[in-house]
Each structure stands twice: as structure tokens, then as C-alpha cells.
Design a protein around this ligand. Structure first.
Ligand code: SAH
Ligand code: SF4
Ligand code: F3S
Length: 465
């Protein structure tokens, strides 16, 4: 048994990365049995779930449409806010019931919640019917654990994290667009955020392995890659590489579209802007979280930039990257946020007129500095601020979408629309969702579409042949 230890995060110094290449071979011992996998949280988890699915299928499990038909359920958890945790705990209740009713039913927990010592204590007591717990650093241990005798609960969670695992086989969700990890962990320690504790020290994958992976995807017909990291600008700091060089290398593989998430406004270099504007296959889309418009709050958040610096970077991007779309993340109700501070946030939204924004009410996370800060704003005031912010954010999303009315844009078609079988959906190179009348044959192609209607969260369009 290995238990998580948050204090390790505080001690991490400058260590060398350990690059480990997996070379695994498992037998299909669970053929005939079914799995149900549920993913919470961000793109990192979505991509990790592609590894989890691959391990389950290598061992012979096949996917279950309905959890009631499954023999194993895996919950890939997220710890970013309390409501993410509530969803997992709610679902665990259902799993407990199924385990009671069925002869052969295993429960596995993976992901960021498993890196939290307090949650693990609960798993050992309240949720002792869970069979296996793995963390974010050792997904590759899942097959070994599944092959063990599961009479007692197995908890294998590591908090030290010098490893960069290569050779993971992914069973990807899509055959058109692929996630590619470029960097693991985070060293920014924004005071509200749990990620540096759950994902460990910032480690970069080697540039050559990333480019090899993208070339392989191009050869297999992939049209788009999304490079993944908590702060992609910091890519390569630990191995003497630069993100701008990596991005250029990926663009040169010939992939039709490349994008990246997430960028921190701190250290977004001019070289990065130059590369983005130089290559037509680098999508003019940047997710640039601001979090707050108040310098006082930004400082308390340890975000390392001021409102003015953010605005300067924002204008530079708008000037130098033609038609760039910029989206953001905003937290309201951070400890000590006054009405004046919140108005600074509204002001920056008015100035930037973002293409979109993910907005959240501050949620205290155990072990982070912000959870200990004095917070006397009542929840109803915080919710009211969120509501006011969302109104403004949606107004600008819609305005930006309306600018595309009657224009012809390129859309990468990803699938059949869930709401209407006669429609397909896809994304512009600025990551705007478009619903198009059309049939399945165009899935996987980049097509020209004339925009006929614009709402806050999506566009409608007609395929121009
Ligand atoms: N690495 C990314 C963010 C990853 S987390 C970045 O720094 O840009 C995604 C978003 O969740 C954050 O941008 C933040 O807006 C929000 N978030 C993180 N911790 C939170 C907390 N404790 N309460 C509320 N929102 C939070
Ligand atoms: Fe969290 Fe900040 Fe790291 Fe983003 S940069 S993951 S908000 S600590
Ligand atoms: Fe959640 Fe972990 Fe992502 S906490 S947001 S799944 S890095």
C-alpha cells in the first residue's frame, strides 16, 4: 500500500526527470467481461482515461453501454472544486448498490481526488467497498493491480513524481482529433489550486518523442492535435527546450491543425506569438485564464501578473495573430474580493470582450493557502456576482459569434449532432462549435461552411460544396 502525501509537494526542489519507457504485454484474461468508465474534470483526465480504457481492453474487457451490465467500474476523479468531488461521491453510492447486487463487480478509483490524503482516509473507512485506488502518477499500475487477488482494498498512490512515462498506449476517443501530453504537473502554485499537489512537479516530455507521436498520428489520418499541459508556455524549462520551438516542430509535421491548452499569461513569449502567426496550421485560438481583474486579488492568488500586463499581452495577441479568438477562466468570490475588486473583473471582461469564458465560484481546497485565508463574503453575494459575470460573458460570446454571420469559415467535422441526426457538428479553427445540415460522409473532413445563425454557445451553418 502506498498513500498520498501532500507535504511532498512543498519540498520538491530541482530534480532531474526520470524518463521511463513502458514495454508491456498483458493477456486477455477478462474476456467476456465489461467495463464502465466515467471521467470527471479537465482534458488531462480525459486523456488519462484513454490510457485507462486501453489497459482495460488489453486485459480483455469490452465497453458496457449501461453501468448495470458492467463487471468493473472505473471513476477517473477530479478535485478542482468541491462540486467535482460531490459528483464522484454521489456516483459511488450507486456503485456500492451494484456491488451488493452483483456477484462479480469491481470498483476502481483513479485521478486527482485519489492524491488527497483526506479523501483516501474516507475511502479506507466510508468507502471500504472500493477495490482499487490508483493516483495520477501510476495509471500503468492498473493492470498489475487488477490481476491481483482483490480480497482486500488495494491503494497505490504516489505523490513523488520525477517520472515521465513514455510508451503508454492510448485507446483514443476520436480518430480525427487527438490529445498529446507535452508537460505533466504544475509548479505555479496559484494559492487556490490543488493541481500542483495532485499532479506533481512540472515535467516536460522530450521534444523528439512528442514530434514522433504527432507524426504517427498524421500517418494514421488524424487531422488535429491538441498539445496538453497546465501551463504550456513553461514547456521545456526543465530540459532546456522552448515551447515556441516545439510548436514549430509540431506545425512542420504536416498535421492539418494544432492547438494547445492551457497558457498562463505569465511568460507567454513574443517568440510564441511569432510562431502562431507564421504557421497557418496553428489554430488562432488561445485559452488565456485571467482569474480576476483586480491586482489585489491577482496578487493574493499568486498569479504573477497585473491587470495591465494581461491587457498588454492580450492586445499584442489581437494585433499580431490575425482573427485570433481568446477565451479565459475567471474565479469570483476569492477570499477578500470586494464589490470594487469584482467590478475590476467586469471591467476587464468589457475591455477584452472574450470569445468565451469558464466562470467559477471560489471553492476552498484542503492543503492550499487560499483555504486558510479569511473569507467573509456570503455565498449568495458570490452567486450573484457569478450571475452578473455570466450575463456579460455571454453577451460578448454572442457578439463575437455574430461577427461570423454570412461569412464562410472552415470547419473540422467531428460527428453527428446529438440533438438532430440530420446534422453534423464540428469546430472552426477558433474553436467555435458549428452545427451543419449534412450527412455522415463529411465527418473527418475540413469543409467550407457559410454561417447562417449565431448564438452564445454555437453557430449554425450550411455546407458549401
Ligand atoms: N492550468 C490552468 C488552469 C487549470 S484549472 C491555468 O492556470 O490556466 C482550470 C480552472 O479552474 C482555473 O483556471 C480556475 O479558474 C479554476 N479553479 C482552479 N481552482 C479553483 C478553486 N479552488 N475554486 C474555483 N475555481 C478554481
Ligand atoms: Fe493551478 Fe495555477 Fe497551475 Fe493552473 S497554473 S494548474 S491554476 S496552480
Ligand atoms: Fe481536475 Fe485534476 Fe484536471 S483536479 S481539473 S482532473 S488536473
Amino acid at each position: 500500500m502506498h498513500l498520498p502525501d501532500l507535504s511532498i509537494a512543498k519540498e520538491r526542489g530541482k530534480k532531474e526527470n526520470k524518463y521511463i519507457t513502458l514495454n508491456e504485454n498483458y493477456q486477455k484474461v477478462f474476456t467476456g467481461q465489461k467495463y464502465f468508465l466515467r471521467t470527471y474534470g479537465c482534458q488531462m483526465n480525459v486523456h488519462d482515461s484513454e490510457a485507462i480504457r486501453s489497459y482495460l481492453e488489453v486485459l480483455g474487457y469490452s465497453p458496457a453501454e449501461d453501468i448495470n451490465d458492467a463487471n468493473i467500474v472505473v471513476l477517473n476523479t477530479c478535485a478542482i472544486r468541491e462540486n467535482a468531488k460531490d459528483k464522484v461521491v454521489g456516483f459511488l453510492g450507486k456503485c456500492k448498490y451494484l456491488k451488493k447486487m452483483k456477484d462479480n463487480f469491481k470498483i476502481v478509483l483513479a485521478g486527482c481526488m485519489c492524491e488527497q490524503p483526506d479523501f483516501i482516509k474516507e475511502v479506507q473507512t466510508k468507502y471500504n467497498y472500493v477495490d482499487i485506488v490508483i493516483g495520477t502518477h501510476n495509471i500503468h499500475d492498473l493492470p498489475k493491480l487488477l490481476l491481483q487477488d482483490l480480497d482486500t482494498q488495494k491503494i497505490e498512490v504516489y505523490s513523488n513524481s520525477d517520472e515521465v512515462i513514455e510508451g503508454i498506449k492510448y485507446k483514443r476517443d476520436s480518430e480525427i482529433t487527438a490529445w498529446v501530453n507535452i508537460q505533466l504537473g504544475c509548479d505555479k502554485f496559484c494559492t487556490y489550486c490543488i493541481v500542483p499537489y495532485t499532479r506533481g512537479r512540472e515535467r516536460s516530455r522530450k521534444k523528439e518523442s512528442i514530434i514522433e507521436e504527432v507524426k504517427h498520428l498524421v500517418n494514421h489520418g488524424y487531422k488535429e492535435v491538441a498539445l496538453l499541459g497546465q501551463n504550456v508556455n513553461a514547456y521545456g524549462k526543465d530540459i532546456n527546450e522552448k515551447f515556441s520551438d516545439l510548436l514549430e516542430g509540431v506545425a512542420k509535421t504536416g498535421i492539418e491543425r494544432v492547438r494547445f491548452v492551457t497558457s498562463h499569461p505569465w511568460n507567454f513569449t513574443d517568440e510564441m506569438i511569432d510562431v502562431i502567426s507564421k504557421y497557418p496550421n496553428i489554430m488562432p485560438y488561445i485559452h488565456l485564464p485571467i482569474q480576476s481583474g483586480s491586482d489585489k486579488i491577482l496578487k493574493k492568488m499568486n498569479r504573477r501578473y497585473t491587470k495591465e500586463e494581461y491587457l498588454e499581452l492580450f492586445s499584442k495577441m489581437k494585433e499580431r495573430i490575425p482573427n485570433v479568438a481568446i477565451t479565459t477562466d475567471i474565479i469570483v468570490g476569492f477570499p477578500g474580493e470586494t464589490e470594487e475588486d469584482f467590478e475590476e473583473t467586469l471591467d476587464i471582461v468589457n475591455k477584452c470582450q472574450f470569445d468565451g469564458a469558464y466562470t467559477f465560484v471560489f471553492s476552498p481546497r484542503i492543503g492550499t493557502p487560499a483555504s486558510l485565508m479569511k473569507d467573509d463574503t456570503p455565498i449568495n453575494i458570490k452567486e450573484e456576482r457569478l450571475h452578473r459575470l455570466n450575463e456579460l460573458v455571454n453577451k460578448y460570446s454572442k457578439l463575437n459569434n455574430q461577427k461570423l454571420l454570412n461569412k464562410v469559415v472552415e470547419v473540422l467535422v467531428l460527428g453527428v449532432s446529438e440533438k438532430d441526426n440530420n446534422k453534423v457538428y464540428g469546430y472552426t479553427d477558433t474553436m467555435k462549435l458549428v452545427n451543419i445540415k449534412g450527412s455522415k460522409e463529411i465527418i473527418g473532413s475540413i469543409i467550407k461552411v457559410k454561417i447562417t445563425d449565431a448564438k452564445s454557445f454555437s453557430l449554425d451553418g450550411e455546407y458549401i460544396k
